[in-house]
Ligand binder design. Structure first.
Ligand code: GUN
Length: 291
């Protein structure tokens, strides 16, 4: 029997713990605050940010949301970040990526006060993950660690293959998997668009984490019997539905679930975990800044 790892259920548990922490902080006079900035008219980005804001409301975090015109100057965005950096009621700042082409995303990420960088994208926080001294673990890879833990999937001594090398998921995921720590200690291979014979690599893996952004690229024949599959992909593909599209992962669920012992669905797998870990980091940020 294949276990379908229920990200909604695991995320709900984490969010309940986060709510308790937020309530304790509020009793001490500190309401955790998360500022989000959206500088895009991409529908998916709008949806993600509104889900993050809704999660704030549900966990006792004060959500502050700014929408900037995608044609606004980079300086406008940087000024907004400076204002949030200086505002003591804001403990976490998130600029939804991607930003428009005329804005240098690295400059944006480096402008955020590292103590308020609840995404964990500032080079200081990236470096701390690499050295095993994380302040804020990036939300999606951290959420995946929590999913694996909840599904009793041991990573120690196992072969893990991460497909995708983005700064948001692939690279930090690989860094967490190789850490000498629970949820780590895996022998980790990072595959990407230039990898020769991807199937050979994924077939040798105990754990496959698909984060390439290519619809249904990982098929059952690329997997070994009994492996664990984590699907990070959220791809909109044209379909005869009310919205005109449907969401599919980077994994072909049907064929993959015939091989895997445990697998995450899309939607309802990794997605809810990313938001839960963002709430977790925000409460941690409030605690660090008030302590
Ligand atoms: N765009 C896609 N995923 C993320 C994320 O986790 N954080 C931010 N800021 N932007 C994203």
């Amino acid at each position: 029997m294949t276990t379908i790892i229920d990200g909604n259920e695991i995320a709900d548990r984490i969010r309940a713990d986060v709510s308790d922490c937020a309530a304790r902080l509020a009793d001490e006079g500190v309401t955790p605050g998360l500022a989000t900035v959206l500088m895009s008219d991409d529908g998916a980005s709008e949806t993600y940010v509104s889900m993050k804001q809704r999660a704030c409301e549900e966990t006792g975090i004060e959500g502050i949301h700014r929408v900037l015109d995608p044609d606004a100057s980079a300086e406008t965005l940087l000024q907004q970040i400076d204002d949030f950096n200086d505002d003591p009621s804001v403990h976490g700042i998130l600029v939804q990526m991607p930003v428009p082409d005329h804005v240098d995303s690295q400059v944006v990420l480096e402008r955020i006060d590292p103590m308020k960088d609840v995404d964990g994208f500032h080079p200081e926080n990236v470096g701390r993950v690499v050295t095993g001294d994380a302040r804020y673990k990036p939300c999606t890879p951290h959420g995946i660690q929590k999913l694996l833990e909840a599904a009793d999937v041991e990573t120690e001594g196992k072969d893990a293959v991460v497909v995708g090398r983005s700064n948001i998921v692939g690279k930090p995921m690989a860094n967490l998997l190789v850490q000498k720590a629970p949820g780590g200690n895996a022998t980790t291979t990072v595959c990407h668009s230039r990898t020769d014979d991807l199937a050979e690599k994924t077939r040798a893996a105990d754990v496959v984490i698909a984060a390439a952004g290519v619809p249904e690229m990982i098929t059952g024949d690329m997997l070994s019997e009994g492996c664990t599959v984590i699907d990070v992909g959220v791809n909109r593909v044209d379909a005869d539905t009310e919205k005109g599209y449907e969401l599919v992962g980077d994994v072909e669920f049907e064929s993959a679930s015939e091989k895997a012992d445990a697998i995450t669905p899309v939607p309802g797998g990794v997605g809810p975990m990313t938001i839960a870990m963002l709430m977790y980091n925000t409460v941690k940020a409030a605690s660090l800044q008030s302590g």
